[in-house]
Ligand binder design. Structure first.
Ligand SMILES: [Ca+2]
Length: 177
């Protein structure tokens, strides 16, 4: 089946979460940090792996399969500025999580025909797109709510189904069977 993108990138609007005075728990730690092998490709292990936008830059194809284990993908605000990042990360089997540094409304979302969700950082008020990654087989999506000026809002975590519903609510045309 050919892969396609919907014509419209969706911004999920709505209220930001409240300011977080004491800061929620940060991005989880204790994962294997992946690096590229001799062939220039990054490959997940059977254990808990961590990949990031930076890891995508180290993979020659910007395509990473995290494989078995409960894995983590991190989408930072700083690397979100990098327009040369446009990759694919597959969580594979397990309970796989994505941690976004920003708020839900800081990204364009596009639903892919294979069920993957493409997230692209919005760089500025003019709507310029930054780093983009298509996320497949992830079970939860946490938005840490850190603004570019450093103000931190409460974390917001959505399941895959909840994120799909939020995208659909913002633009019913985004979901195509
Ligand atoms: Ca996995």
């Amino acid at each position: 089946m050919a892969e396609y993108e919907t014509a419209t990138k969706v911004v999920v609007t709505g209220e930001d979460t409240a300011i977080d005075p004491k800061r929620d728990a940060g991005t989880p730690t204790g994962y294997n940090a992946l690096s590229a092998g001799a062939n220039g490709q990054v490959k997940g292990t059977a254990d808990a792996d961590r990949a990031s936008l930076q890891t995508l830059l180290h993979d020659k194809d910007q395509v990473i399969g995290l494989g078995a284990g409960n894995d983590l993908f991190v989408f930072s605000n700083s690397d979100g500025q990098n327009k040369t990042i446009n990759g694919i990360v597959d969580g594979g089997v397990g309970d796989d999580q994505v941690y976004f540094a920003g708020e839900l409304s800081d990204y364009y979302f596009t639903i892919r025909s294979d069920g993957g969700i493409k997230a692209q950082y919005i760089l500025d008020d003019s709507g310029t797109g930054g780093a983009a990654v298509t996320l497949r087989n992830f079970e939860s999506f946490t938005f840490r709510g850190i603004d570019q000026d450093g103000v931190n809002h409460l974390n917001r975590t959505l399941t895959y189904d909840e994120l799909l519903a939020a995208i659909h609510q913002s633009n019913p045309d985004a979901l195509q069977a």
